[in-house]
Write a protein that binds this ligand. Structure first.
Ligand SMILES: Cc1ncc(COP(=O)(O)O)c(C=O)c1O
Length: 400
């Protein structure tokens, strides 16, 4: 695939980007191909930034591919939520004017020190007094010992388990009374003080944000100190084959309703990942063998399809068969997919709806894989690599 290889650089707005079908027709790839739609990502960013009543931070973990980050910048994203030194370095080198926020509540000391001293990061999240102490100790400006740095300190609030597809309530976050204590403890050391939470990823219920904001308002009242920012986190959903969430406007309306309970002057932030990039990526895989309604394919749960495994995500699917043109679509049938590794857990039950006459050699394009796809791939059994191409197609499912 020399022409389309990963290192091949095309300008983002190149109208000559190929379609997915053209790439497959010309390259006939026997390895998985990641198809990136920079224009779709830039558009999703533009729409989110226009709709959300506050600053929008992109959660880099969701897809750290440099072309994705550049497309987001083109779409107006200026803030980046990083969780590791590698993410901080990547964003600072690629987008020197970006505002970086280190929003992981538990960090290694050298990670805090490097982010602060080397990359000028001043915003940090925490959910314990011990982590607050670490942040304070590791952010003493070398040239100004004795002068407190202008830190942004963000207390991560624990939320009760909600109905999001991916629950994130079990690992991070201080319970309300402790969060109030942490806000009080941090206030004297913070140039800006924030409260942050995450309702869970792929949250289908707008009211979850309103409930979380009501709790945030209670915590702020209990803390009885001025809070500058409430960060409503990520969780904004996208469509999958079996899920059509409410539109973004319904989430914004719920957030605006919930935010009315906050003290006057509190600014809002959000940290979307999935909602900005899912539609901007798809994956083309090839059928190696058919056995009844099971298709053995060349990528799987240890590669770019992690979320189709235990989590059972049903990505929208379409068949690509060379020479197939305008004839009527053959009858559809539900298929399960088996990945290429030797592990029997490498199975994606789907079901994925595809033409009934699927056979060896057919390609399948799976959509909505711009989020939590390539970034989760391992090289187990020697599989998991994928070529990256930029394409001009619309996403397989419309954005919400
Ligand atoms: C702190 C934080 N912010 C934002 C996100 C992005 O979430 P999502 O992709 O659901 O929008 C995550 C995802 O795990 C996260 O942990």
């Amino acid at each position: 695939m020399a022409h389309f290889r990963h290192g091949f650089t095309r300008p983002l707005a190149d109208p000559a980007l190929p379609t997915v079908d053209a790439v497959i027709a010309s390259e006939r790839p026997s390895e998985p191909v990641l198809c990136l739609r920079p224009a779709v990502i830039a558009d999703a960013a533009r729409r989110f930034v226009a709709a959300f009543p506050g600053d929008v931070l992109y959660a880099v973990k969701c897809n750290p591919e440099p072309r994705v980050l550049r497309a987001l910048w083109t779409g107006g994203i200026r803030h980046f939520d990083c969780a590791s030194p590698a993410e901080v370095r990547l964003v600072r080198r690629l987008l020197p004017r970006a505002e970086i926020h280190f929003m992981h509540p538990v960090k290694a000391r050298p990670a805090i020190a490097e982010a602060f001293a080397r990359w000028a990061v001043t915003d940090f999240a925490f959910d314990s007094a011990d982590e607050l102490a670490k942040i304070r100790q590791e952010t003493v400006p070398v040239e100004l010992v004795g002068t407190p740095p202008a830190l942004g300190l963000f207390v991560r609030l624990a939320l009760p388990k909600g109905s999001a597809v991916l629950d994130l309530s079990g690992k991070f976050g201080a319970p309300p009374a402790e969060a109030a204590r942490l806000l009080r403890a941090a206030r004297p050391h913070a140039a800006r003080l924030g409260l942050t939470f995450h309702v869970g990823s792929q949250c289908l219920d707008p009211a979850a944000y309103a409930r979380a904001l009501a709790l945030a308002a209670e915590v702020i009242a209990a803390a009885a100190v001025a809070v500058d920012i409430v960060d409503v986190g990520g969780g904004f959903p996208v469509s999958y084959a079996d899920m059509t969430p409410p539109p973004l406007a319904a989430f914004v309306a719920a957030i605006e309703r919930g935010a009315a309970a906050l003290p006057a002057g509190v600014r809002l932030w959000a940290e979307p990942g999935r909602a900005l990039v899912a539609g901007g990526g798809s994956l083309v895989i090839q059928v190696l063998l058919r056995r009844d309604d099971a298709l053995y394919v060349n990528d799987g749960v240890y590669g770019n399809l992690s979320d189709a495994g235990a989590l059972g995500f049903r990505f929208p699917a379409r068949r690509i068969r060379l020479g197939e043109g305008g004839e009527p679509a053959p009858l559809a049938r539900d298929f399960a997919l088996f990945g290429p590794t030797c592990d029997s857990a490498d199975r994606m039950k789907g079901p994925f709806r595809l033409p009934a006459d699927m056979r060896e050699g057919d390609w399948i394009e799976l959509g909505q894989l711009g989020a939590y796809g390539a970034c989760l791939a391992s090289r187990f059994n020697g599989f998991g690599a994928a070529e990256l191409v930029e394409v001009s197609d619309p996403p397989l499912l419309p954005s919400r």
